[in-house]
Design a binder for this molecule. Structure first.
Ligand code: GLA
Length: 417
């Protein structure tokens, strides 16, 4: 997929809508280096924004309507601002409808025309859905002079994705908006904080497609939400066993520092239903299932112990990985990526044979380490390697699953072009 330039999207917009756009936004994809499935437990992550992105051009449109077309996603949209969901006819329209729902109060009335293009693969793992949501919100923010600041874009993008039914934890939106070129972004959620972590010059990053699409808004959604609920059950049960009053929804960050947490995790049930947990830990059922409630039978038993074990250990690995990068210890960084992948495979169970194969192939080709990136269940893997090994790592990944695999560079976040 060739990278569209700001000029090419302006020209395409003019050809399509007969006038120039008033704004063009670049919204990058993201690759999470480590800290997988920790964000919705309030525990840290260490992602980068990448040099693959969506470009979103916007201009005025017919009163009360939003017309949108895309070179990156199938199917044109014409959504009524009062009832955006009624006009949804393709998967990406749901993110547009979510963004419209979230910006309407700040900018009532006017219409817009939107064109989306880009070189960010949409198969899952590189956060094309969050790039789309953040980029749409920022483009409309400017087109409609809504006056939202960057923090507001992040918060509204998170809620917009919840309208699509994904209880996303916030990592993707934060890094897509706030990343700085050449650095990873260490994000803490409790209390909220961000700091840039410079990437050593001897570190190259390769991503490789598993051949299995796993967009989190559709096929991966239920598996993802089930784990979010499992993590909440674990948090509620652990808090109950040490007599802690826990927030809504319960998050493992609230018990991560309890000194006997490892022992307590071993005592958690393998599987438990939200109903049993609500009863057992004395928390309201609604706190455990939140938005998933209407698509989730609360009597379904979900994994608990293994999820908690992964999440708590992964949070420690984020600290260790940040320290390894700061010390330029790329062998240690690579080992942590491998440990993360093993934990995601064995305990969290969101890997697939294709992702395992691709990681093994990239390690064998000389990578310091490799792991699945993003929600898993398919999508992409990431490898850390020396610049001199990039070609061999790409070739090995493509031989393992048919690819594509390519090098990514840490880029800046959301920008106006
Ligand atoms: C998806 C979600 C993120 C995060 C990852 C897993 O990408 O959108 O919030 O939970 O999965 O780390």
């Amino acid at each position: 997929m060739p990278t569209p330039s700001p000029d090419s999207i302006r020209t395409a917009f003019r050809l399509r809508f007969g006038e120039d756009p008033t704004v063009v936004v670049r919204a990058p994809g993201r690759v999470n280096l480590i800290g997988e499935h920790t964000d919705y437990s309030g525990l840290p992550v260490l992602p980068i924004a990448i040099d693959r992105a969506l470009l979103i051009a916007a201009g005025p449109g017919p009163e009360g309507m939003v017309e949108a077309a895309s070179g990156a996603f199938e199917g044109d949209a014409a959504l009524d601002r009062q009832h955006p969901n009624a006009g949804v006819s393709a998967p990406w329209h749901r993110y547009l409808a979510g963004a419209l729902t979230e910006i309407t109060a700040a900018a009532p009335g006017t219409g817009a025309r939107i064109l989306v293009d880009g070189d960010l693969p949409g198969e899952g793992g590189l956060s094309s859905s969050s790039a789309l949501t953040c980029g749409l919100l920022e483009a409309l923010n400017h087109a409609w002079a809504a006056g939202l600041d960057r923090e507001a874009i992040v918060q509204r993008a998170i809620v917009a994705e919840r309208h699509v039914g994904v209880e996303t934890g916030g990592m993707d939106q934060e890094v897509i908006v706030f990343a700085e070129a050449g650095t990873a972004l260490r994000i803490d959620f409790d209390p909220p904080a961000r700091r840039a972590v410079p990437l050593p010059p001897g570190l190259a990053l390769v991503v490789a497609y598993s051949g299995e699409a796993a967009p989190k808004g559709t096929s991966a959604r239920d598996s993802y939400n089930e784990r979010v609920v499992g993590a909440r059950i674990a948090a509620a049960m652990l808090a109950d066993s040490v007599g802690l009053d826990i927030g809504a929804p319960p998050r493992l960050c609230e018990v991560a520092d309890v000194d006997v947490v490892d022992i307590l995790v071993d005592e958690l049930p393998e599987r438990m239903s939200p109903q049993e947990a609500a009863h057992g830990a004395g928390v309201e059922l609604e706190r455990l299932v939140q938005l998933t409630a209407d698509r989730f039978d609360t009597r379904t038993k979900v994994p608990v112990k293994r999820l908690a074990r992964h999440i708590l250990a992964e949070a420690v690995r984020v600290d260790e990985a940040e320290a390894a990068l700061r010390a330029n210890d790329l062998a240690a960084f690579g080992r942590l990526l491998n440990e993360s992948h093993n934990s995601l495979r064995e305990d969290f169970r969101c890997s697939t044979p294709a992702l395992d194969r691709i990681c093994a192939a990239m390690r064998k080709a000389g990578a310091f380490g490799a792991r699945l990136t993003g929600a898993g269940f398919g999508g992409f893997a990431v490898a850390a390697c020396a610049p001199a090994s990039v070609a061999a790592v790409i070739a090995a990944a493509e031989a393992a699953t048919g690819g594509p695999a390519f090098e990514v560079r840490a880029s800046g976040g959301l920008s106006l072009l």
